[in-house]
Design a protein around this ligand. Sequence first.
Ligand code: HQG
Length: 189
Amino acid sequence: MKEQDITQLSKFLSYVLRHKPESIGVTLDPEGWANVDAIIAGAANSGRIVVRDMVERVVATNDKKRFAFSPDGQSIRAVQGHSTDEVAIRFEERVPPAHLYHGTATRFLPSIREQGLMAGNRHHVHLSADKQVAVSVGTRHGKPVVLTVAAATMHAQGHKFHLSENGVWLTEAVPASFLSEPSDNGEAG
Ligand code: HQG
């Protein structure tokens, strides 16, 4: 199986398991689980050949560990990043580190300064403990800028944080008062 096929299948699974399960007639339970055989059958009906072996490769080798199998291996889910209303994963609450980072594009800054960080289509705002990860997330959208989130202060004021299985910090929204930009703390870009 070529690298390119693995990436394509990962994108397909992200689409189905996070956003549009109905596109191949699959249902997700509230914790995000879908039956692997149902995905394979649904994919086949829409003209895409998926075999279990390929799904196993994607789960095992995915760079961000985006997917997980259930203990019995019958089901698969995306561990975070959902937009579909079918899913409402009950993430455990966690105490965040003092600071977390959010990578975005400079063109979003005027709106973020006004509204803070909003989840948009997804269920949460995504934050990382690692600045470099935030840079690459921001780069997906344009010229990147990394915002620092005063996470411990937010948490102390009652905001809930969760940590997904693959290490992404999640929260509902980040009010602008908890955000600082690189120029606010003397750091470059
Ligand atoms: C921006 C990837 C204007 C926000 C990554 C972001 C991540 C606002 C965009 C995961 C705003 C949403 C998620 C406001 C937020 N005004 N723009 N008030 N508040 N935004 O893709 O965080 O590869 O939904 O800054 O690793 O970029 O898919 O979120 O630029 O964990 O596994 O609105 O996706 O993971 O974009 O990325 P997204 P994101 P995967």
